[in-house]
Each structure stands twice: as structure tokens, then as C-alpha cells.
Write a protein that binds this ligand. Structure first.
Ligand code: PMP
Length: 353
């Protein structure tokens, strides 16, 4: 018989501070991957932050760790408090891992159509996962359920990633400044940035970092062509770019402060992500494929020698049960068949001394 394992010790307050520092060493400071390619006769470069190299494998580690740290410092997340969040996946993985590291039980509400890998990874960190069907409200239902449970349990911390300014701040303090510094080491200044919007934390934070340094670079939010919630203002259609366009316009997103919305088809994003893996060994997720195609649309606007940056948000391992691992039909108007990947170069966040 397997011996019964004792429940993990709850980390006392000073241990939490120490563990936060330990976690911080494994989050952020990601390399910048500059992909060189030819698109419809134009040779150009797209610069992407390799966010799949964060501890749990996605950009959401930055936001989740910053929110945990801020909440601990402000006394909003007391020892042993339960973390309850609604998420389409990567945020749940980040909070589940950090909750385990910091001694907090974690409950994640998630739409039931998200990939099996996402659910399995969240469970692997010991978190309690509650699936919400489309009939029960899907994404908005998950948020409502999180709020209700918090009211019932007491001693609960709700990160509320869609409304929490610490989400924006995480990217204003880390993603944005890292990107600017890495481009500067290549002798470049950003002309534009584009990224798929889930909570909008990435685009709003990077825009704030550009503004803080007096850079006039344009920041474009990106949405799936099949579900243009940002352009229409409400939930419309369905799409396969998991992690973006969660059915409503998030509270922290200010479209009036950003450049025009870019649209990419989910099938095109899948084909682009597959191509990055097959031809360059960059095994990225679906939203990363979308972001690269979005960057090409921005390059078309800005001029082919412009400096356009984006994000490779996560890798392909959470999508092995999805269409990313299947054969995707090429439809008229797709961009990815015209992308010829040539090479890539990597710039570390901190030069080796
Ligand atoms: N891509 C993936 C795979 C994600 O999980 C997320 C976050 N939900 C995003 C993109 C969008 O990031 P943000 O929430 O900062 O807008």
C-alpha cells in the first residue's frame, strides 16, 4: 500500500516571502526571438518574447506572481486563504502552481470546452477545478460562480484578473521594459506591438511601458476573426484560439487608448503555429501563431522594415488533444501559406556577463 502522505505544510508568512523570491527567479526575463521571414515577396522580422519559458509555461505567470506578491504585501492574501479564480486555462495553471508553492488552496472555475491538458495540469498542482458548461454560462458563468463561492467560503482571495490593475502593472513593470531593453540591444526601437487579448493585461501593460519611456509605438489588440468581440462589443461566434477573446470586453482593457484591432482567423493561427514548430523548432501554442500573423499585418501597415514586436504566449504541449495536433485545411485568404520562415536569432533578457 502506498503510505498516506501528510498534507503539505502551510508556509508561514516569512516562508511565503522567501518562496515568492524563489518563484520570481523562474518567471520573466524571457529571451526575445527575432524571426526572419519572407511574406508575399517582402523580407522582414518579427520580434517575439518567448513566454513559454516561464515556470509553468505561459505569460500568465508574470501576472499571477505579481498579483500574489501585491496581495500578500497589502494583506489581501492572508496565510492559508483560498485563491478562487475564473480562467480559460493558463491563469489557472499559474495560480494553482503558485498556490501550492505558497501554501494556499486553489479553486479554479473554467469553461468545460478548454483543452484536457489544461485541466490535467491544473489538477496536477492539487487545485480543485470546477467546470462550467456553455448552458451554465461558460466564461461569464465561471466568473459569477467564483464570486458566489468567495461569498460562501470567507477567507478567500479573488485575483479578478479581468479587473485587477496589478495584471496591467505586471506587464508595465516586466514584459514591456524587458522588450524595450532587448530591442535596444539590437539597436532598435519599437514601432508597434500586437498581441491577442484575453484579459488585455499584456497590451495595456506594454502600452504603459512604452508611454512611460516616451515611445510613440502603436499597440494593437488582436482578436479571432471568427469571434470579433472587441470590434462588436459583445460575444459573437466561436473560435479555437484558447486564451484570447473570452466572450466579453475586460474591465482593464481601454480600446480607446490603443491602435486599431487586428483580426486573425483561428485556422490560419493553427497553421502558423504548426509551421513554426515544423520549420524552426519553435513549438508554440495557437495564440502565438495568431500573434505572428497579426505582426505581419502590422508590418504591412508600418512598412516592411519597421520594428514590430509580439508575444509567444505559451507552447504547444497543452494543445496535443486539439486541432493544433491535427491536419488543418487551408482556406482562401489565409496568410500562413505565404509565410516562408527563414531563420531566427535570440536575444537574452540579461546579457551573459
Ligand atoms: N494567449 C494565451 C495562450 C493566454 O493564455 C492568454 C491569457 N489568457 C493570452 C494569450 C492573452 O493574454 P492577456 O490576458 O494578457 O490579454
Amino acid at each position: 500500500m502506498t503510505p498516506h502522505r501528510a498534507a503539505p505544510l502551510v508556509a508561514p508568512a516569512d516562508a511565503r516571502t522567501r518562496r515568492l523570491a524563489g518563484l520570481k527567479a523562474m518567471v520573466g526575463d524571457t529571451p526575445l526571438v527575432s524571426v526572419r521571414l519572407r511574406y508575399r515577396g517582402h523580407e522582414c522580422r518579427v520580434h517575439a518574447k518567448a513566454e513559454y519559458l516561464n515556470l509553468t509555461g505561459s505569460i500568465k505567470d508574470r501576472m499571477a506572481l505579481h498579483i500574489c506578491r501585491t496581495a500578500i504585501e497589502q494583506g489581501a492574501l492572508g496565510p492559508r486563504d483560498t485563491i478562487v479564480e475564473a480562467t480559460s486555462g493558463n491563469t489557472g495553471i499559474s495560480f494553482a502552481a503558485f498556490g501550492a508553492a505558497l501554501g494556499h488552496p486553489v479553486v479554479i472555475f473554467m469553461p468545460d470546452w478548454m483543452s484536457e491538458e489544461r485541466k490535467a495540469v491544473i489538477r496536477s498542482f492539487g487545485a480543485d477545478i470546477r467546470l462550467v458548461s456553455r448552458e451554465a454560462g461558460g466564461f461569464l458563468g465561471s466568473i459569477a460562480n467564483a464570486e458566489t463561492l468567495a461569498g460562501e467560503l470567507g477567507r478567500v482571495f479573488l485575483p479578478r484578473q479581468f479587473d485587477n490593475q496589478a495584471n496591467v502593472q505586471a506587464h508595465a513593470l516586466s514584459t514591456g521594459p524587458e522588450l524595450i531593453a532587448q530591442l535596444a540591444r539590437l539597436g532598435l526601437e519599437p514601432d508597434a506591438f500586437v498581441a491577442g487579448v484575453g484579459t488585455g493585461g499584456t497590451v495595456m501593460g506594454v502600452a504603459a511601458a512604452f508611454a512611460a519611456r516616451g515611445l510613440g509605438a502603436r499597440v494593437h489588440p488582436l482578436e479571432p476573426a471568427e469571434s470579433p468581440t472587441l470590434s462588436t462589443g459583445h460575444k459573437v461566434g466561436r473560435h479555437r484560439i484558447q486564451g484570447v477573446s473570452d466572450e466579453f470586453i475586460p474591465g482593464i482593457l481601454r480600446l480607446d487608448a490603443l491602435a486599431p484591432v487586428i483580426r486573425v482567423s483561428d485556422g490560419d493561427a493553427i497553421l502558423m503555429a504548426q509551421k513554426l514548430a515544423r520549420e524552426l523548432g519553435l513549438g508554440v501554442g495557437i495564440s502565438s501563431g495568431a500573434n505572428l500573423l497579426g505582426a505581419l499585418q502590422v508590418l504591412e501597415r508600418e512598412g516592411w522594415d519597421a520594428t514590430v514586436a509580439t508575444i509567444f504566449c505559451d507552447d504547444n504541449k497543452k494543445y496535443l488533444s486539439t486541432d493544433l495536433a491535427r491536419s488543418e485545411p487551408i482556406l482562401a485568404g489565409f496568410m500562413s501559406p505565404d509565410v516562408e520562415l527563414l531563420d531566427f536569432e535570440t536575444t537574452l533578457a540579461r546579457p551573459l556577463g
